[in-house]
Design a protein around this ligand. Sequence first.
Ligand SMILES: [Zn+2]
Length: 148
Amino acid sequence: MGSGEPRHVDPRSNATVIDQNGKVIYFGLERFVRDICLGDCCFVCGARPGNVPFNDEHVIPRWILRRYNLFDRMINLPNGTSLRYDRYTVPCCEACNTLIGRMIEEPIRQIVEGGFDSVRHTRTLDRRAAGWTCWFMYSWHALPAPSS
Ligand SMILES: [Zn+2]
């Protein structure tokens, strides 16, 4: 491992690819399930708590919780878990959380809060909305089933 250039990886190979700086640029399935789905590593970069600052990511962004008064309401997840919206978070390091906020959540917030005219005049809407939707669906389904 250690190549800085992205390379083709057969998704069935279960290989994790790490760049020359030690950052995971592709998770193999086994490591992804162990570290992200069942573990407490950052869901974006795989960093371990204790190695870098963590502040966890709200799956439903706080601006949506505020806008629709959802903080103390309950959400039922596909895995059978029920929890308050404001406690529905996934492990995320501060650096990745900041990046998600700047690249995805803030632009989407501005578009949504700008109403119809904002949506109509936003050329990047499709790409950002698709990214945000993927992130949301990923977070929704990455939580493990309850252990009861
Ligand atoms: Zn991270």
